[in-house]
Design a protein around this ligand. Structure first.
Ligand SMILES: [Zn+2]
Length: 132
């Protein structure tokens, strides 16, 4: 009689480790990422001044990618240097126009024609400190 193969092999519990790439990166890596983003924005400004807008847009793209990979937020002053809709580098007078109206900076992107507003001044509606 042939041996019956009805017995199922015991299932091994799959303890696959969570992919490391999805976890938060260590602080030292995030620090380097922040530095790299700052350098890329500096380079982007240089290239925009020289008229190489394609290159400066590319630097913004790279900076955003680094930010996403290392879960690093792009600093506020740098965030205002690119369009939040089409991510093109914003250089006042060259790729965007800047106006001040009603206590906010109004930036118009020339490549996607969208308008971005930023509250102007330290006493924004949300940050207003209550006087004693
Ligand atoms: Zn735009």
């Amino acid at each position: 009689m042939p041996a019956k193969k009805s017995e199922k092999p015991a299932k091994k519990p799959k303890n696959r480790p969570v992919k490391d790439s999805r976890r938060q990166k260590p602080a030292w890596q995030q620090k380097i990422a922040r530095e790299r983003i700052a350098i890329l924005f500096k380079e982007a400004e240089k290239q925009a001044k020289a008229g190489n807008l394609d290159l400066s847009n590319r630097y913004v793209q790279l900076a955003r990618k680094i930010g996403m990979r290392y879960q690093v937020k792009i600093a506020k002053p740098l965030k205002r240097k690119f369009c939040k809709y089409c991510y093109s580098y914003l250089y006042p007078g060259l790729t965007c126009s800047q106006r001040v109206k009603d206590k906010s900076i109004i930036i118009k992107c020339f490549s996607c024609k969208k308008i971005i507003r930023y509250p102007f001044g330290k006493t924004g509606p949300k940050r207003e400190k209550q006087a004693k």
